[in-house]
Design a protein around this ligand. Structure first.
Ligand SMILES: [Zn+2]
Length: 70
C-alpha cells in the first residue's frame, strides 16, 4: 500500500473522487462508493455517458483501470 491520499490521513474520512480529485459537497452521498475508491456523481455520469472509443472515454477508463489496480 502506497501513501494514502490526504483525506485518508485525516481522522475523518472524506470521500475524495478518485477520478477528478474533488470532494463532493454532499460528502459520501454525492457519489458512488466502491471498494477502495470513490467516484463523484459528475464523474459517474461522465463515465456512463462517455461515448465508447472517444478520447474522453479512454481517459476515464485509464483512470478507472489504475484505481482498480491500486
Ligand atoms: Zn469526480
Amino acid at each position: 500500500m502506497e501513501a494514502l491520499p490526504e483525506q485518508q490521513k485525516m481522522g475523518k474520512l472524506l470521500p475524495c473522487c478518485s477520478v477528478c480529485g474533488q470532494v463532493p459537497a454532499q460528502g459520501i452521498h454525492g457519489g458512488l462508493k466502491l471498494k477502495n475508491f470513490f467516484i463523484c456523481r459528475e464523474c459517474e455520469w461522465a463515465i456512463l455517458t462517455a461515448e465508447v472509443g472517444s478520447p474522453d472515454y479512454e481517459t476515464l477508463m485509464d483512470k478507472l483501470r489504475k484505481m482498480v489496480k491500486a
